[in-house]
Ligand binder design. Sequence first.
Ligand code: ATP
Ligand code: MG
Length: 220
Amino acid sequence: MSLIDLKNISFGYPNCGLVLSNLDFKVDEGEKIALLGGNGAGKTTLFYIILGLLSPFSGEVELFGKRCITEKDFSGPRKRIGLLFQDPDDQLFSPSVIEDVSFGPLNLGMNRKEALEISRYWLERLGILHLEKRVPYELSGGEKKLVALASVLSMGPDVLLLDEPMAGLEKRAVERFLSVLKDESFKAFVVITHMPRFLEGEITRTLFLERGRLSPVRSC
Ligand SMILES: Nc1ncnc2c1ncn2[C@@H]1O[C@H](COP(=O)(O)OP(=O)(O)OP(=O)(O)O)[C@@H](O)[C@H]1O
Ligand SMILES: [Mg+2]
């Protein structure tokens, strides 16, 4: 059974042609995938299709072995697949960083103490515990990205879908991020990036999205 299995997916936005065209995409346990492609190729769109945030014109989405069509079908898998949005402003909405990061764990049923503990653990691990009382929308771009990443990780996802996690990060922050990918045991992850060299050694497969379809890349 694949963790993610997309078959024959086609999708386009109103007034623009097909962005994804008869696309197949399978993610199996243990896979660490880099997803490359030009600006506007459809990478972010693909993540939205996987999680049911957009509905394909045709094709099938199967998550953890179950066909997903309705909102209800996607709600369980969304708790297990952590999505880091390309734009952290789409992810952050609370009046303080700690509230943002603990929102997910509280939602999953943890008590306040546990939720704060796990949130502080990830803030510390990403080197941003000092930001815990700050207002998210006042943070810098890189700081916001790290807070959004902490909020994804604090939910303990099995699978990560990370949309340009390293964009705008300083070297030390990139290193902290890579150490999370290396040391934590996620069932699988997919990282959209324009900086594939940073991921060398951390990935098992590289894919390139072009003209609506994915193709393998031998080396990046
Ligand atoms: N809400 C929208 N309405 C209309 N068109 C959209 C919308 N979102 C994206 N598009 C278009 O769909 C195409 C794919 O966009 P998408 O954001 O998936 O690309 P991407 O591969 O993530 O690009 P980037 O590397 O720049 O983030 C682009 O041509 C974009 O202009
Ligand atoms: Mg994108």
